[in-house]
Design a protein around this ligand. Structure first.
Ligand code: ADP
Length: 195
């Protein structure tokens, strides 16, 4: 099984690129953000707990997302692997993932990192707010907190995966609009084809 991690700051285009990647490499796309938003929409206990944290731009507890990921590993069949989008986001989550995979005799295949600047992050999220109507995209304070959270809690994972020899960085900016998305898609495919 292949275990790809799609890494990058909020607004880097992970969700946008995930569909093409999962089709090309026959891996199942799992987005912890999407899973959490479904829990909120369904009004579950977990969703209620996650809602305030997400709208503040903070992370939900590690155990919550770790449980979601593990239950997908247990239940999803008919795939050659997984594309994890938005997970792991903390060192503790990365270690938990390594342990989960070791238990299965598996390991992380590669980390595909889409890198963009803080300026591009802000512009992308502002643009997406108008289209998708996500509450956590609308307030400037929330966006700033997400960027801070990324730098403080998630960025250290770059070193972690570099040390493991699994880190592959791709320039996530190819210009704005549909052409920009295509440019990044080709960069991702040509990087991943070699893995
Ligand atoms: P973005 O990449 O734009 O930040 P996501 O959909 O990946 O959007 O995540 C939205 C929110 O969901 C995050 O800001 C965070 O509150 C929560 N979340 C998603 N994944 C995780 C995770 N692995 N650990 C903790 N919280 C998470």
């Amino acid at each position: 099984m292949k275990y790809f991690i799609l890494f990058g700051p909020p607004g880097a285009g992970k969700g946008t690129q995930a569909t093409g990647i999962s089709e090309r490499y026959n891996v199942k796309h799992i987005s912890t953000g999407d899973l959490l938003r479904s829990e909120i929409a369904a009004g579950t206990e977990l969703g209620l707990q996650a809602k305030n944290l997400i709208s503040a731009g903070s992370l939900v507890p590690d155990e919550v997302v770790e449980g979601m990921i593990e239950s997908k590993f247990d239940t999803v069949r008919d795939t050659e692997g997984f594309l994890l989008d938005g997970f792991p986001r903390t060192l503790a989550q990365a270690e938990a993932l390594d342990a989960m995979l070791a238990k299965r005799g598996e390991e992380v295949t590669a980390v595909i990192s889409l890198m963009i600047s803080d300026e591009v992050i802000k512009a992308r999220i502002a643009h997406r707010a108008a289209i998708e109507g996500r509450a956590d995209d609308a307030r400037e304070e929330t966006i700033n907190n997400r960027i801070r959270t990324y730098h403080n809690q998630t960025e250290p994972l770059i070193e972690y995966y570099k040390k493991a020899g699994k880190y592959h960085e791709i320039d996530g900016y190819g210009g704005e609009g549909p052409e920009g998305i295509e440019v990044v898609r080709s960069r991702v495919f040509s990087g991943m084809d070699k893995i």
